[in-house]
Write a protein of this length. Structure first.
Lengths: 452, 274
């Protein structure tokens, strides 16, 4: 009775209900600020998020509710601002409130408009340098029949830590961002080398305008592969924000457009990867615990204090969020974790290699310095794109006790010989005196008899 | 008349075929500070100049060409005429637009003594120089011209926190060297020296043997034994005991020694009174 197509759709929807693709480590509720007229343009992206288990709440830019922050408590775990053409996004979404959202550990995806808007000053706060308003990224390469402002950008594998799988070329339309040297910025999609930011309407004076702006100095020319189309920023508390140069990257039209004959664009995969990184599904680590104890003892109970020159074993347990299963799994893949033993300045910095027998455990043994004082075991792991691991354990190191020094040295043998000789001689003498015969009797008798 | 599909296709094809640009009299010249020419060569869009161009601190590199339409030879001012310096080992890049007149004549000059801001910092590899020309309605051109070797420059400035995002150098603590002890033979010799009085004592005792007649009498032996016990307590304290323990044992032993001592000394004094 049912047609074949309906059976297929039914099976697909059942399958999508059963497999929850990937979950975020910080929560499921997402607020999407998008113009209701444009909401259908991004239906593939939203459906992808819903299939993964996110609960989307849509809000028009003109609406006041639902509020993102109420009484310093965020109402949503993630926010997507997909309305670049709106002049203002509501009273509660301002650059200051977005920064406050990040400090409250809420992740944000921001799409930047081509014309001037408060989001430009937000981007400047994060070290992004935007071109003048009205100059999107254009490129005449490769030769194609789309307008010069719609650029297919090839994505190299491992070009960005945030992209974990191979992605076909991505159609991009929007503004580029130049990055400052802040190491918390992560390039997600670099602009091609032949692209540059310019007005889309090319007149006879455009070429001269380019040369003039470049000779002006400062940030004169936005061009080349140093620019980024999509940039991420990982805050020190773990919250992530992604700046996307234009909202069309997420649109259905570009997701289904072909980059090469019979090759669909990577826009759908790319949008999902950007959401996965920003919403803390991928590249999320945490330290479950640390422990330390003396090396030569069998017990693993932590000592309250160590002595100079002790051999100390330090272990850290690290987990990674597994998005597919939705839980924290021990992770032994960190190759360059380091431990610092610090008193004001690091005294010792060694590698913390993973232990093969226990997944997620990293351990090393080192010799405590011969300076006494209050030291800290510091694990401070920061890498671009990954959450930072910070752990600090304070432990005193005391000088040896009076009987902690090396004893029975070979240089002391004469003294041992002398002291033991004295004790033995005393015993012998006292034995001789106590047990010996008193000869006074006979001599006194003799003397006494003599005196008489 | 019905347009045949083939005719429509042909029309479309001719409209789509964009025009091609080419460069007329492209050449680059390297002159030194005094003005004499070190190297003057034409470059081409089809094959790369083999030998790298080396610029000393006071030299000047001049690149001139004219952009013309290939079909009718008329000069074209492209929207985008960029020269790109790229260092593949560090990923640093510098891009500069070349000023092109309305007739398509372009001139570019580079003097390392007045380095422009866009030049990337140098590394061990030469910079790859390419030309990028793009404009609407024409085929775009991107072509590698030659490699450029510049005088060494400072490295690119980095953020002060950048080092903490990579593996940092290992630090080791230099410990005080272990205590040096004199050779064991010397210690043995001097230990032997301390035994010298024993030799004298043993020698003298061989002459005058003390007689221990009351050694095993029950009034004296316990005292001797408690003295031996005290000395062994002292030895044990030196080896492994703590002060609290030794005071405890010493108190017990002391109590015993008081009684045995009184007994022993009173028996000796009574022995000696008679």
């Amino acid at each position: 009775m049912f047609g074949f197509r309906r059976w297929c759709l039914l099976a697909l929807s059942a399958a999508s209900l059963l497999c929850v693709d990937a979950k975020s480590s910080t929560g499921d509720s997402v607020l999407v600020v998008v113009d209701p007229n444009n909401q259908d343009k991004y239906s593939l992206f939203f459906d992808g998020l819903k299939d993964s288990g996110y609960k989307l709440t849509f809000r028009s830019p003109k609406a006041e509710k639902p509020v993102v922050i109420a009484d310093d408590v965020p109402n949503f775990d993630h926010v997507i601002l997909l309305a670049p053409e709106a002049r203002n996004l509501g009273k509660d979404i301002t650059p200051q409130s977005i920064v406050q959202l990040l400090s409250l550990n809420t992740n944000v995806i921001v799409t930047l408009p081509t014309k001037q808007s408060p989001l430009h000053s937000l981007a400047a706060e994060f070290g992004l340098i935007l071109p003048p308003p009205g100059s999107p990224l254009i490129s005449y390469f490769p030769q194609r029949d789309t307008p010069s402002s719609l650029i297919p950008i090839p994505v190299e594998d491992h070009s960005s830590p945030a992209l974990t799988k191979h992605i076909e070329p991505v159609w991009f339309s929007g503004i580029p961002q130049a990055l400052s040297t802040n190491p918390l910025l992560i390039p997600i999609l670099r602009a091609p080398a032949e692209s540059f930011a310019s007005e889309t309407l090319v007149t006879s004076g455009s070429a001269d305008a380019l040369v003039e702006s470049a000779e002006k100095g400062g940030e004169g020319l936005w061009a080349g592969s140093a620019l980024n189309a999509v940039t991420g920023f990982q805050a020190t508390n773990g919250a992530r924000i992604a700046f996307v140069g234009g909202a069309e990257v997420f649109s259905d039209e570009l997701a289904q457009k072909e980059v090469a004959p019979y090759v669909k664009s990577g826009n759908a995969d790319f949008s999902r990867e950007v959401a996965a990184w920003t919403f803390q599904e991928n590249l999320v680590l945490r330290i479950d615990g640390v422990e330390h104890h003396l090396a030569h003892e069998n017990s693993t109970v932590a000592k309250e204090q160590y002595t100079n020159n002790d051999n100390v074993v330090f272990s850290a347990y690290v987990s990674k969020w597994d998005a597919k299963q939705g839980k924290w799994e021990p992770y032994s893949g960190l190759k360059d974790l380091q431990l610092e033993f610090t008193m004001l300045d690091p005294f010792i910095r060694t590698a913390l290699p993973p232990v093969r027998a226990t997944p997620g455990k990293y351990s090393t043994t080192f010799r405590a310095p011969d300076r006494h004082g209050v030291f800290k075991f510091i694990v401070d792991y920061k890498r671009k794109g990954w959450t930072s691991l910070q752990s600090s354990t304070t432990v005193p190191v005391v000088p040896p006790r009076h009987d902690g020094y090396p004893r029975f040295l070979s240089a002391a043998w004469p003294y041992y010989a002398g002291a033991i000789s004295t004790s033995v001689a005393f015993l012998l003498f006292s034995t001789a005196w106590l047990a010996g015969e008193a000869r006074d009797r006979s001599s006194r008798k003799a003397k006494g008899s003599k005196a008489e | 008349m019905i347009f045949s599909p083939v005719a429509v296709l042909l029309l479309a094809a001719s409209a789509v075929q964009a025009s091609v640009l080419t460069l007329q009299s492209p050449k680059f010249v390297v002159t030194d500070a005094l003005g004499s020419q070190l190297r003057a060569e034409p470059f081409s869009l089809v094959h790369r100049t083999g030998t790298p161009v080396k610029l000393e601190a006071k030299d000047t590199l001049k690149i001139t060409f004219q952009v013309v339409d290939k079909e009718d030879g008329k000069g074209v001012q492209p929207h985008q005429t960029f020269i790109r310096f790229f260092d593949p080992s560090t990923g640093e890049e510098g891009i500069q637009p070349i000023r092109v007149t309305g007739g398509g004549k372009a001139k570019f000059e580079l003097n390392p003594s007045k380095p422009p801001l866009y030049l990337p910092p140098t590394s061990t590899e030469p910079l790859k120089v390419s030309l990028i020309i793009g404009t609407p309605n024409y085929d775009p051109i991107t072509v590698r011209l030659f490699d450029l070797i510049l005088p060494a420059s400072q490295p690119a400035p980095t953020h002060p926190d950048e080092a903490s995002f990579h593996v940092r150098p290992e630090l080791h603590h230099t410990f005080r060297p272990d205590q040096k002890l004199p050779p064991k033979a010397v210690s043995l010799f001097f230990a032997g020296l301390t035994f010298a009085p024993w030799v004298v004592l043993i020698g003298l005792w061989s002459q005058v043997t003390p007689r221990l007649t009351h050694l095993f009498s029950p009034s004296i032996l316990p005292f001797i034994l408690s003295l031996v016990a005290f000395e062994s307590l002292l030895l044990t304290y030196w080896v492994k005991l703590r002060l609290g323990e030794v005071l405890l044992y010493g108190a017990g032993l002391g109590l015993v020694t008081i009684f045995t001592g009184r007994q022993a000394l009173s028996s000796i004094s009574s022995l000696r009174k008679d």
